[in-house]
Design a protein around this ligand. Sequence first.
Ligand code: SUD
Ligand code: ADP
Length: 284
Amino acid sequence: MLREAAPAKVNLYLHVTGRRADGYHLLDSLAVFGPAADGLALAPADDLSLTLEGPFGAALDAELDNLVLRAARALAEAAGMPARAALRLDKRLPVASGIGGGSADAAAALRGLGRLWGLGLGEARLAAIAAPLGADIPVCVASRPARMQGVGEVLSAAPAIPGCGLLLVNPGVALATPAVFKARAGGFTPPAALPAAWPDAAAMAACLASLRNDLEAPAIALCPMVAEVLAALRALPGCLLARMSGSGATCFGLFADAAAARAAAMRLPGEWWRDAGGLYGGAT
Ligand SMILES: C[C@@](CO)(OP(=O)(O)O)[C@H](O)COP(=O)(O)OP(=O)(O)OC[C@H]1O[C@@H](n2ccc(N)nc2=O)[C@H](O)[C@@H]1O
Ligand SMILES: Nc1ncnc2c1ncn2[C@@H]1O[C@H](COP(=O)(O)OP(=O)(O)O)[C@@H](O)[C@H]1O
């Protein structure tokens, strides 16, 4: 039995820089990972199967073509072998919530099956197999901070991220990514100018404050509760920056460290989903 973590992707800023002829949008975004994660367990089997568990497992019962199974089939096809594995997904990330849960699951399946099947494929090869399945999957393959450009598949080094804490909050309303892009009005935003490193969380927050998430306004138009979540985050002690991730509705608060993020999480209304801690694989 193998296990892979599928950490949430958080867009610290997201500029829509243009639009391709096929309608997809060109982006400039800085993605970091965690603190929340789905979990994928993989075992050898004679055919391909997926069972769902965890707090949001039932939300995917009606999903006929889970991204985990699509990723498994795409990898098997690329490797020229039958797709055989018993997969169990512990679904802890809210579905359709701007933190790339489905993409993280697909990336975890590619990494885990690569190991289970002994394929020896590197991250770049897995990301290339992943790209046709979803714009967010390539960045999730490494699950390390990265700058995303193109439609999300052009990855480059992120500035060195200082120790910090994140608080993720979702009001329980699913937002479909295409609907949010469609509701966007106005022009385009140029790519950000980023330093090589930020010395601490406060400096990172000050720099990010000069940037934006261009999908925040259209998401608020579709789901006004996003504005409530942002106001509640901004009012928390120690919150250095509050912003929506991806196409929403999950928002994040940035804190000096994991302990400050966890303490702030306890002060939020009880009915909202939240998770707090340090970055996945990072210093806190
Ligand atoms: C907005 C972002 C930012 O990281 O995150 P989420 O909100 O999904 O987490 C991503 O670009 C989402 O990536 P992903 O969710 O994989 O998108 P896909 O399945 O490829 O596309 C879903 C739909 O979103 C729109 N789309 C997506 C990506 C992009 N660069 N331009 C787009 O216009 C298109 O309408 C597309 O049909
Ligand atoms: N394993 C999965 N987890 C979540 N969503 C999935 C999964 N497989 C397929 N989907 C589909 O992908 C859509 C986007 O899901 P998700 O990745 O959670 O959203 P977002 O990209 O906004 O963060 C869902 O509405 C669902 O229909």
